[in-house]
Design a protein around this ligand. Sequence first.
Ligand code: AMP
Length: 189
Amino acid sequence: MINAVIFGPPGAGKGTQSDRLIKKYGFIHISTGDLFRWHTKNDTPLGKKVKEIMNSGALVPDEITIAMLKEELQKNPHAKGFLFDGFPRTVAQAEALDKFMKENGTAIHHVIALDVSEAELRARIAKRRTIENRADDEDEKLNKRITEYFGKTIHVLPYYQKQNRLSTINGVGEIDRIANDIAAVLDKK
Ligand code: AMP
């Protein structure tokens, strides 16, 4: 069983690469952003709680996010491997994830960070906005999400680097080349 995290700022291409990795490796894809969007769309109690936070572009508190994630993991006890996308976004989340995986006799083996400059990702998000019409991508929210990434989320990287689990991939360029670079990390024995 291999468990991996795909990491990067909003617009780095995590979704595109995740789709390929799911097909190639049979991962169960756990995207906390997708899960939160499902809850808000279906107006669940959790959805009601996080709607405003998400609409502002801020991070949902760790306690809520971690509880939702654990519940999702418990739904898939026989998974071949998990691919985490958009989680962890804080060191507290990374620690909680390690603890949970350890309790279940497994671990996070690889953290793949897609390296994309701020200027490049702002251009990508602006382009995606014209195609997808995602409610969380208005300009001021976008600024907030980028601020949250560089203010909080990026500090997760040294946590994994210290433990030799981090691989940084150049996230600018051909989708196939990026996918190959990721596969080279995951296939390493
Ligand atoms: P995403 O699609 O991954 O960019 O997530 C969309 C929004 O969901 C984020 O802007 C946050 O408000 C919330 N969210 C998703 N994942 C997390 C997380 N791991 N921690 C806190 N908030 C999250």
